[in-house]
Ligand binder design. Structure first.
Ligand SMILES: [Zn+2]
Length: 363
């Protein structure tokens, strides 16, 4: 019977004989309906002043007055409890949301204290790599997470229907580009080449070389194993000026590899085919751990790391750059693989596993 709605109703209709207490009750209940801290009503100065009045009253009135204050306090306690129940019945909060969309910017939570976390090992390695390229005079431009076939293929000398397009099997969106083709999750950071070329064309004509690296997240529809991830990272490089040769390309990459592995490395290339470079190469370095003797990192002494070449004249032309005047080189490094080699990490999937034991080794 204690929780009967009927009793609850009676209690709720509580009225007070003493006018002062009746007025205080109305005020306190109004305050309670507005406050975010219901418990604070029990510490209200108004309630305290009523208690403080008891000793000043005529002894005949004290008993009834005190009893009504206690009743009022009990009523408030019950209303507070009801408020708590009400709060429990509110819709669940999405704890994965960083903050509620309606929270004003000044009330949004700040960043977690940095002592509780650390920079992801891949981003630490990327910073190291970018520092090396900055010292060589390159600037960095981040790639996009969603792009279109125009930047993925058309402007990179992959004509419509070109079989090499099939080597870049990636994920598509429902949204379409202006030609009705689905937008895509880019399968290489080269999607930025055309944009960078167009944006820096004027600098080039002012006599400044175009030197840009493009770090970015890329996607492929892969069968996953220790060496293949559907989401991975590339570091693209683009350099254009007058009279640029394959020799400049090799010297740049050798310098970078030596700085990154902190050891003089030898380089080896073999011809390859990419539609957007001509000539194109596969690029390998001598193993920084065994000096070509062969080990568990390299196998037989050499490590293939990337594809590169001189930028195809059609790619320059697509951006309005005259290939008769300017030449340049480009490369794409899968930099997860570079970090795996540096730290002898045997499974690419560790990087995005959220495995704390793995991540803490790099703190
Ligand atoms: Zn080796």
């Amino acid at each position: 019977m204690k929780n009967s709605p009927y009793l609850y109703y009676n209690w709720y209709k509580m009225s007070y004989q003493n006018k002062k207490i009746a007025e205080a009750a109305e005020k306190l209940k109004a305050e309670l309906s507005k406050t975010d801290e219901p418990q604070s009503i029990l510490r209200s100065p108004l309630l305290k002043s009523l208690y403080a009045e008891i000793p000043t009253l005529d002894p005949k009135e004290r008993g009834a007055f005190g009893k009504e204050i206690n009743t009022l306090k009990a009523e408030l306690e019950k209303l507070i409890a009801a408020r708590d129940d009400e709060a429990e019945a509110l819709p669940l909060i999405d704890v994965t949301a960083p903050f509620d969309v309606n929270v004003t910017s000044d009330a949004q939570p700040g960043l977690l204290p940095t002592k509780d976390g650390s920079v992801h090992p891949l981003m630490q390695e990327l910073d190291t790599m970018l520092e090396i390229f900055y010292r060589m005079g390159f600037e960095a431009v981040e790639s996009r997470q969603i792009d279109d076939e125009h930047h993925m293929f058309d402007t990179l000398n992959f004509p419509e229907g070109h079989p090499a397009r099939d080597d870049f099997d990636t994920f598509t969106l429902h949204e379409k580009d202006s030609k009705g083709r689905p937008l895509i999750a880019p399968a290489h950071t080269s999607t930025m080449q055309h944009r960078v070329l167009k944006a820096r064309k004027a600098d080039l004509e002012d006599g400044k070389p175009l030197a840009v690296v493009v770090p970015g997240r890329v996607y492929r529809n892969e069968d996953l194993d220790a060496r293949h991830e559907h989401t991975f990272y590339q570091l693209e490089g683009i350099y254009i000026s007058k009279g640029v040769t394959v020799g400049n390309l090799m010297a740049t990459l050798k310098e970078f590899m030596t700085a990154y592995y902190q050891k003089e490395v030898e380089i080896k290339t073999q011809p390859f085919y990419f539609p957007f470079t001509e000539p194109s190469f596969e690029f390998a370095i001598s193993c920084p751990f065994c000096d070509k003797a062969g080990c568990n990192v390299c196998g037989e002494g050499w490590i293939e790391l990337l594809g590169c070449g001189l930028i195809h004249p059609n790619v320059l032309k697509a951006a309005g750059i005259d290939p008769e005047i300017y030449t340049g080189f480009a490369w794409g490094i899968g930099f997860m693989r570079m970090a795996m080699i540096k730290y002898d990490i045997n499974d690419i999937r560790y990087f995005q596993s959220g495995n704390l034991a793995f991540l803490r080794q790099f703190k």
